[in-house]
Design a protein. Structure first.
Length: 332
């Protein structure tokens, strides 16, 4: 239900990773040697090498976007079971070494045997950490960062920026730019269609939620780049007024107060759907939530989008939903 909870990865470990890897360094340390590869990573550093990295280990989401651009890693690590992760559906990881399918647990010995020259994962600016190297993971797993330099696009205010960051990385690794351009063009068309559908429904409001066990969590768009994108394209997504102090990605309510925010449509966290929608249905208060009672519900892609094709498909589905939605369900 929750977004990733990350806190800083020690800077000394990042420095050790660069020193031990030897094949790529920040540009400031590159000296006068020939540079065959360069990439400005999400951490703000520009990494260079005298050869283009080929043996890549990547977090599963980063692997997915690189693979969509034609770059296949030799190994991956994931936060959970590959087959059940909604963000990894349809990805063929056959032939790629799986180094872990549980958050915080990476088989570094197996990773070392792959002789990687690059590790790839999302950079989380607030937490100052790359995916898989967060505080809280097993100490042995953190040693992954000592095998090779760690780079990746930054999470931030827009999934579009995240994908663009990975497109730049893929290009630096030799991806076919024509493939990237074609995906980008189809995505741009989907954005335009979504904007047109929303503009045709003035006043339409949405609430992004994740009912779970005995709680009713409302997403805070500031910490959900997918929702920030949708808002930037015209969809009025309600911002909860009291985010949880210890984890402001959400405002968590009891089900007794689940009708505190009313919207024309409900967007369910798709990582737990349809179970989370059934969780709400089982609560007596569900009949007092206008959008739920009217059946104006759908899902939102929560914290997993990394590729143009996935984002295109999600926007197309949301566009069709918006076109059929009643924007006057809730009258203020």
């Amino acid at each position: 239900m929750r977004a990733r909870r990350l806190i800083p990865f020690a800077a000394v470990a990042a420095s050790a990773a660069l020193a031990l890897a030897g094949c790529a360094t920040p540009a400031a340390d590159a000296g006068s040697g020939d540079v065959a590869w360069s990439y400005t990573s999400g951490d703000g550093e520009t990494y260079t090498a005298d050869h283009v990295p080929e043996r890549i280990i990547a977090h599963a989401y980063a692997a997915k976007v690189l693979m969509s651009f034609g770059i296949t890693p030799v190994g991956i690590y994931a936060d959970g079971d590959l087959d059940s992760d909604v963000g990894l559906q349809g990805v063929d990881f056959d032939g790629i070494e799986v180094l872990g399918e549980e958050w915080g647990k990476i088989d570094v010995e197996k990773a070392a045997a792959l002789q990687p020259d690059l590790i790839v994962g999302d950079w989380w600016p607030v937490e100052q950490a790359y995916s898989g190297l967060e505080d809280g993971v097993e100490e042995s797993s953190k040693k992954l960062g000592e095998l090779a330099p760690v780079v990746g696009a930054a999470q931030g205010d827009s999934i579009v920026d995240l994908i663009e960051g990975y497109a730049e990385l893929a290009e630096s690794l030799g991806a076919d730019t024509a493939v990237i351009d074609a995906q980008r063009a189809e995505f741009d068309d989907a954005v335009a269609a979504f904007q047109e559908a929303v503009a045709a429904k003035p006043g339409l409001t949405a609430l992004a939620i994740s009912p779970y066990d005995d709680s009713y969590a409302i997403a805070v768009p500031e910490y959900a780049p997918e929702l920030l994108d949708l808002r930037s394209w015209g969809l009025d997504i309600i911002v909860p007024s009291e985010p949880d102090p210890d984890f402001p990605y959400w405002q968590t309510l009891s089900f007794e107060n689940a009708d505190a925010y009313q919207a024309d449509v409900l967007l369910f966290d798709d990582r737990n759907h349809p179970a989370n929608e059934q969780t709400l249905a089982d609560q007596p208060i569900s009949s007092q939530i206008a959008a739920f009672a009217a059946g104006q519900t759908t899902t939102w892609p929560a914290y997993w989008l990394h590729t143009y094709p996935d984002y295109t498909a999600q926007l197309q589905a949301l566009t069709a939903f918006v076109e059929g939605a009643n924007p006057d369900l809730v009258v203020e």
